[in-house]
Write a protein that binds this ligand. Sequence first.
Ligand code: HEC
Length: 163
Amino acid sequence: MKRFTYIVFSVLMAAIVISACQPQTEQRYETRWAGETIEEIVAGIENQIGGFDQTMMETGYRYNELYWAGMDGNWGYAEYQLEEMLGNLEKGFVRRPEREASAGQFVNTAAPQLMATIASGNKQAFMESFNRFAASCNTCHGMEDVAFIQVIVPEKRTSLIRY
Ligand code: HEC
């Protein structure tokens, strides 16, 4: 009986050792386009979300909306657009942290100054502040080697929102 227990124990131990030595097969997933392994899926989604160009396309849209909101004296919409723009910029820095340093003057000076004029509801002050705001966009473009992207104060109304 002792011998039998010994054999059972040995077989069990051998089974445990053999199973522990098996190479781990990588978990594979079925997705529509993102890939099969976890690395492929993450890379696929990251690639689709895009980099800083996507952030800036949204920035351009909000910049235009913000300007016409100010021209209309629609201060609620102006505040909304500036807040969304800054929130979107933060998300862009998560994807491209190396860009953040160049945006210091924009985030810490130009944007808060513009926000203060929105809060004051003074259209003249808004227009003056907006000029500095636009220049601050271009300062960052210069620092980030895309000086060929020069934004201007909007000339032609394209906003769909009326107040
Ligand atoms: C980090 C500093 C930074 C700030 C601040 C910044 N930009 Fe940019 N912008 C960039 C960079 C970098 C690019 C080029 C995108 C890339 O290389 O992926 C760019 C590109 C753009 C583009 C072209 C996007 C495209 O691909 O079509 C527009 C439009 C734009 N910026 C508008 C603005 C406006 C308007 C502001 C201010 C409200 C602003 N940017 C503020 C860095 C900045």
